[in-house]
Design a protein around this ligand. Structure first.
Ligand SMILES: Nc1ncnc2c1ncn2[C@@H]1O[C@H](COP(=O)(O)OP(=O)(O)O)[C@@H](O)[C@H]1O
Ligand SMILES: [Mg+2]
Length: 471
C-alpha cells in the first residue's frame, strides 16, 4: 500500500520546495566560496606586501636582524616570499621550514569567475596537503609581482568551515520557506480541496440527499469557482435524479400497461383471424385490414418497451473495419439483396475506426431501415432506387460517414422533430425512435449526426473525431 503521507500533495510540495531551494543555494554557493578563497588569499598577499616594504627599508648590504624575516613570514602565514626590488628578484625564506619542491599556482591577478570557482573546488577536494604559490600584484609600482608560498591546508580548513556554515544557513532558509509556503498552501488550497473531495465522495454515495449539496464559500479565486460550479452541478444532479426517478416510475407503469395491452391485442388478433374465416364477404374484406392494424399496434407497443429497457450504455470502442460493418448492417436492414434497391458501399476497405461495433451497427440499421421504408412507401415513384454509403477523411475537420438515398426525402413535418424520440415519426406505425437513438449513439461517441438538405432524397451525415481512426 502506498504511504499516505508520501503520496499526499503536501509531501510532494515540501520536498519540491526544499529541493529547489537547495539547488538554488548550490548556484549561490559556488561563486561565494570562490570569493571567500579569493579574499583569504588576497589578505595574505596584502600582509606579504606590507612585510616586503618593511624589508625594503633595510639597505641591501645589511643583513636582516635575526628572526625578523621569520616573524614577517609568520605574520603573512607564508613559507617564503619572492618579489622584485630595483630590478632584482629577492627571496625571503623561513629558516625553520623546508622549501617544498612542488607547489600549485594561484594567480590572483586573474579574477574571472570560472577560474576562481575551479580554483576553489581544487582547494576543497585536493588541497589537504599541498603548497600553494600565490601570485599577486604589488602595491609598489616598480615591482611587477609578488609571490608567496603557503600551506594550503589552513585555507582549506577555513573554506570547509565557511561551507558548513552556508549549508546550515541554507537548510534553515529552505525549511523555513518550505514551512511558510506549506502553511499558506495548506490553508488556502489543500484544506479547501480536501473539503471538496470529501463532499464529492459523500454526495456520490447519496446523491438523493439534498443536504449534501456543497455550500460554496464566498471566495473569488479558482477554488471559489470550483465550489460554485460543483454546487451547481450537484443541485442539477439532485433534481435530475428526482426527475429520473419519476420517469422510471412512469416507465414501469407504461411497461405494465403495454404488457396487458399486448395480451389483449393477442386475443383480439385471434378473434379477427376467426372473423376472416367467416363466409360474410364484407367480414373477409375487413379482417386483413384489422389484422394489419393490430400488427402495427403490437409492433409499436414492442418498440416502446424496448426503448424503455435500453438504458443508454457507454460505448465500448474497439477497432472496427468500417466497410465490413456497413455491409453487415445493410444485410440486417434487408437492403443489400433487395429486389428493387441498389446498395453501394463506397467505404474503402482499409478504414479501421475505434467504435462500439454493436451500437454503430444499430445506428446504421436504423438509417437503412428508414431509407428502405421510404422507398417502399413511395412505391415506384423513384426510378433507380439506390442507397449509398460514403466515407470522407477531412483531416482537421474530422471524419464523415455519409448515408444518402435518392428516395422521396423528408416530409416537412418529419423535419421539425427529426431527432426527438416519439415525436419525429411522420409515417403510419412509426415510433420516431430510430433517428433519436442514432443521434444518442453518435453523441456518446463524441460525434454528431445531422440531416443534410439535398435536392434529391435524404442524406444523413455522421461526423466523428479524426482520432477515432485506428492506425
Ligand atoms: N431516408 C429517409 N427518407 C425519407 N424520410 C425519412 C428518411 N429517414 C427518416 N425519414 C423520416 O423521418 C421520420 C423519423 O424517422 P425515425 O426517427 O427513424 O422514426 P420512424 O422510422 O419510427 O418513423 C420518419 O418517420 C420519416 O418520415
Ligand atoms: Mg425509423
Amino acid at each position: 500500500m502506498k504511504n499516505k503521507f508520501t503520496s499526499g500533495l503536501s509531501f510532494k510540495l515540501i520536498s519540491t520546495i526544499i529541493f529547489v531551494i537547495l539547488l538554488v543555494e548550490v548556484f549561490i554557493y559556488l561563486p561565494s566560496v570562490a570569493s571567500f578563497r579569493q579574499t583569504w588569499l588576497n589578505d595574505k598577499l596584502s600582509v606579504a606586501n606590507v612585510a616586503v616594504r618593511v624589508i625594503d627599508i633595510v639597505p641591501e648590504a645589511m643583513d636582516l636582524p635575526d628572526g625578523m624575516a621569520d616573524k614577517l613570514l609568520d605574520s603573512a602565514g607564508a613559507i617564503a616570499i619572492v618579489y622584485k626590488s630595483a630590478g632584482q628578484s629577492r627571496l625571503i625564506e623561513h629558516s625553520n621550514i623546508l622549501m617544498p619542491s612542488i607547489a600549485i599556482t594561484a594567480d590572483m591577478r586573474q579574477n574571472n569567475v570560472i577560474s576562481l570557482i575551479s580554483g576553489a573546488m581544487d582547494t576543497l577536494f585536493l588541497g589537504s596537503n599541498r603548497t600553494i604559490r600565490v601570485v599577486g600584484a604589488t602595491l609598489n609600482e616598480e615591482q611587477s609581482a609578488i609571490e608567496i608560498l603557503l600551506n594550503e591546508a589552513p585555507l582549506r580548513k577555513a573554506m570547509l568551515i565557511y561551507s558548513r556554515n552556508i549549508l546550515i544557513i541554507s537548510l534553515i532558509i529552505a525549511s523555513l520557506t518550505a514551512f511558510a509556503i506549506f502553511v499558506f498552501i495548506n490553508i488556502s488550497l489543500i484544506r479547501p480541496i480536501k473539503k471538496i473531495i470529501n463532499n464529492l465522495i459523500a454526495f456520490r454515495q447519496a446523491p438523493e440527499n439534498a443536504t449534501l449539496i456543497l455550500k460554496p464559500s464566498k471566495r473569488g479565486d479558482e477554488i471559489g469557482i470550483v465550489e460554485t460550479e460543483l454546487s451547481a452541478l450537484e443541485s442539477d444532479l439532485f433534481s435530475q435524479l428526482g426527475k429520473r426517478r419519476h420517469l422510471a416510475d412512469l416507465g414501469l407503469a407504461v411497461a405494465k400497461i403495454n404488457h396487458d395491452l399486448r395480451n389483449m391485442l393477442g386475443s383480439v388478433q385471434l378473434l379477427s383471424d376467426q372473423v376472416a374465416n367467416l363466409d360474410d364477404p364484407k367480414a373477409q374484406r375487413l379482417a386483413p385490414k384489422l389484422v394489419h392494424s393490430l400488427d402495427k399496434a403490437i409492433k409499436f407497443a414492442q418498440s416502446v418497451l424496448e426503448h424503455g429497457r435500453q438504458n443508454s450504455t457507454e460505448p465500448k470502442p474497439q477497432p472496427v473495419d468500417l466497410q465490413v460493418l456497413v455491409n453487415e448492417a445493410a444485410l440486417d436492414a434487408r437492403i443489400s439483396k433487395h429486389p428493387n434497391i441498389k446498395f453501394s458501399n463506397l467505404v474503402p476497405d482499409y478504414i479501421t475506426l475505434k467504435l462500439d461495433p454493436d451500437q454503430i451497427a444499430r445506428l446504421m440499421i436504423n438509417l437503412f431501415n428508414n431509407s428502405r421504408e421510404a422507398f417502399e412507401a413511395s412505391g415506384t415513384r423513384t426510378e433507380k432506387p439506390e442507397i449509398i454509403v460514403n466515407f470522407e477523411n477531412r483531416n482537421e475537420q474530422g471524419l464523415a460517414i455519409i448515408i444518402s438515398d435518392n428516395g422521396p426525402g423528408l416530409l416537412p413535418r418529419a423535419k421539425d422533430n427529426l431527432f426527438v424520440a416519439f415525436e419525429g415519426s411522420a409515417k403510419a406505425g412509426g415510433t420516431g425512435l430510430g433517428l433519436a437513438i442514432a443521434r444518442e449513439i453518435i453523441e456518446a461517441h463524441g460525434g454528431t449526426l445531422n440531416h443534410i438538405d439535398k435536392e434529391v432524397g435524404a442524406t444523413f451525415e455522421i461526423s466523428l473525431r479524426s482520432s477515432l481512426i485506428f492506425e
